[in-house]
Write a protein that binds this ligand. Structure first.
Ligand SMILES: *[C@@H]1O[C@H](CO)[C@@H](O)[C@H](O)[C@H]1NC(C)=O
Ligand SMILES: *[C@@H]1O[C@H](CO)[C@@H](O)[C@H](O)[C@H]1NC(C)=O
Ligand SMILES: *[C@@H]1O[C@H](CO)[C@@H](O)[C@H](O)[C@H]1NC(C)=O
Ligand SMILES: *[C@@H]1O[C@H](CO)[C@@H](O)[C@H](O)[C@H]1NC(C)=O
Ligand SMILES: *[C@@H]1O[C@H](CO)[C@@H](O)[C@H](O)[C@H]1NC(C)=O
Ligand SMILES: *[C@@H]1O[C@H](CO)[C@@H](O)[C@H](O)[C@H]1NC(C)=O
Length: 489
């Protein structure tokens, strides 16, 4: 099984989490969505399971298999007939998304809304084939965004019927991949949802719509904005790391300076560990302390750069970036050593790897302006990996064929309505989002200082004005959709 690490590195990003992936045998263990397992959030929802159809799109007898789809519900604020707010679940445990989408709970009393969080098939507990769900393409073949959207529609219909509340307007919400689903749901099922709030939804991060380098350029921009020196130190650190690894006992030295729990088998683990810290910290560059993927201080990018800039200039670049990465990995100060090679083997990642190997092909590469080492995206390489892992080839043009994306402003101006695309420019995924107003009712709310779906987090008393204002605008727009709906009714 042992294969030597190659220079080619495949980076598969889940939108909430990154999987930094090497073509080595243990790469599935290098993942990171450890939050899904570690914390059982305490959230005010009741758990329900809905008997969902496995395959909405064929009528063969074996398609009639049923699985239990999990959803969370809160009726506390609901009056019969008032709105239903549905979160279209993304790649992971739905409880984690509920815990990180306090916005819906915050605004529910105002709208007297019923709150529903639907888990995405093949994630969390909604596993159609139980433990065998990720076994092969035979089972994973039922995991895709179109089936997921159909699940949401079927479940919402059943729920409304059971509540005898067919006339309640439904608004869908989603962040990240969940935000893509919310936006696509509004486009595909306008008769089910009157509007969609899609936060940090990179629906144009596909095909060749935007430059493939924009993601890592955006990360680099965050650090450059914090301090030019910080950016340059990070950019220069990779070569130092490489040089160290080429020394005799290089890996042992790297293991020691990184304070790893076990001796490293590959220097790429160290490199990817740093890489991951910079990307996630950019995504989670929130204005207040938060526990998104990891517990982080307010404006953690600035914090990291202060550490880097604070060292005497003779300190090696690599030692400075390691110290900075600890803001991400050890903010709570409770980590004894770092586990660089074997992270948590999260189910979420297994599902996402399949989606990335089939429909969710989001090419990312680095430019020479970025602070990261050279990384190219080659569809042939991805294809080889996916063939080898699952026996399938990716379909890089499928999402843009199914949902569109090219010339989205012109297309949706004439066709769609009632979607909010919100993005924060600190978030590298914002570059794959809709950043311009498309029409009077397809609106882009862009904040310069916002990060990954920051608007969806619980309101805090020390939130900055721009965030308070962004949420206020969103509430106003949702209110208009609902008023229009009742006016037409
Ligand atoms: C609606 O009721 C039926 C019959 O009791 C039940 O099987 C189904 O799960 C319910 N739907 C939802 C969304 O809970
Ligand atoms: C970086 O700083 C420039 C100049 O102050 C500003 O225009 C830009 O929006 C900032 N970008 C980010 C991502 O913070
Ligand atoms: C994590 O932080 C604590 C408190 O600063 C420190 O004692 C500990 O050594 C750090 N862990 C690592 C692995 O650096
Ligand atoms: C990581 O996990 C794999 C598979 O479980 C195991 O073979 C390998 O030895 C582990 N590596 C380390 C450094 O613990
Ligand atoms: C980056 O590459 C472009 C062309 O590929 C070149 O014009 C530019 O000078 C390079 N910039 C740096 C900083 O190397
Ligand atoms: C879109 O329009 C709204 C007003 O409806 C405005 O507040 C917002 O700034 C506009 N967005 C952009 C990106 O210009």
């Amino acid at each position: 099984m042992a294969s030597s690490p190659t220079l080619f590195v495949l980076l598969i990003f889940t939108v909430t989490g990154t999987a930094i992936v090497e073509l080595t045998p243990n790469f599935f263990h290098q993942s990171l969505i450890n939050h899904h397992k570690n914390s059982k959030p305490n959230i005010p929802y009741k758990t329900q399971f809905f008997p969902q159809l496995l395959d909405h799109f064929t009528f063969k007898p074996q398609s009639y298999k049923i699985f239990n789809q999990k959803y969370l519900i809160n009726k506390k604020y609901w009056d019969h007939g008032s709105p239903i707010f549905v979160y279209t679940g993304n790649e992971g445990d739905i409880e984690w998304f509920a815990a990180n989408t306090g916005f819906m709970l915050d605004i529910a009393p105002k709208f007297r809304a019923l709150l529903v969080f639907i888990e995405h098939r093949f994630y969390g507990e909604s596993l159609p084939f139980g433990k065998d769900s990720y076994k092969s393409a035979e089972t994973l073949g039922y995991l895709n965004s179109q089936q997921a959207l159909a699940d949401f529609a079927v479940l919402i219909r059943s729920l409304k019927q059971n509540l005898s509340s067919e006339a309640s307007p439904v608004v869908v919400f989603g962040g990240s991949y969940g935000g893509m689903l919310a936006a696509w749901f509004r486009l595909k099922y306008p008769h089910v949802a009157i509007g969609a709030v899609a936060s940090s939804a990179p629906i144009v991060q596909f095909d060749e719509i935007i430059p493939w380098t924009s993601f890592y350029d955006a990360v680099s921009q965050d650090y450059k904005n914090a301090s030019l020196n910080c950016y340059e130190v990070i950019k220069g650190s990779w070569a130092e790391l490489q040089a160290l690894s080429a020394q005799r006992d290089g890996l042992a030295k790297i293991s020691r300076i990184f304070r790893t729990c076990k001796n490293l088998q590959s220097m790429y683990s160290a490199r990817d560990w740093l890489w991951k810290a910079f990307v996630y910290t950019a995504m989670g560059n929130y204005p207040t302390e938060a526990n998104f993927v990891m517990p982080l201080p307010a404006y953690p990018v600035t914090k990291m750069c202060k550490i880097i800039d604070g060292f005497p200039s003779k300190t090696t670049k690599r030692n400075r970036v390691i110290a900075a990465a600890k803001v991400y990995y050890n903010y709570t100060g409770t980590t004894k050593c770092f586990n660089l090679e074997n992270g948590t083997d999260a189910h979420g990642l297994q599902g996402w790897n399949w989606q990335a190997c089939t429909e969710m092909v989001m090419p990312l590469s680095t430019s020479n302006e970025s602070m990261f080492p050279p990384l190219s995206f080659e569809i042939e390489e991805l294809g080889k990996f996916c063939m080898n892992r699952y026996g399938v080839m990716p379909r890089p043009h499928w999402i843009t064929t199914e949902f569109g994306g090219y010339r989205i402003e012109k297309v949706l101006k004439k066709f769609g309505s009632n979607i909010i695309f919100s993005n924060g420019m600190q978030d590298p995924w914002s570059r794959g989002g809709v950043l311009k107003n498309i029409s009077g009712s397809i609106v882009a709310l862009v904040t310069e200082k916002g990060a990954h779906h920051v608007d969806f987090r619980f309101a805090k008393k020390d939130d900055p004005d721009w965030l308070v204002e962004q949420r206020r605008q969103e509430i106003g727009i949702i209110q208009r959709w609902i008023d229009d709906y009742y006016a037409d009714f």
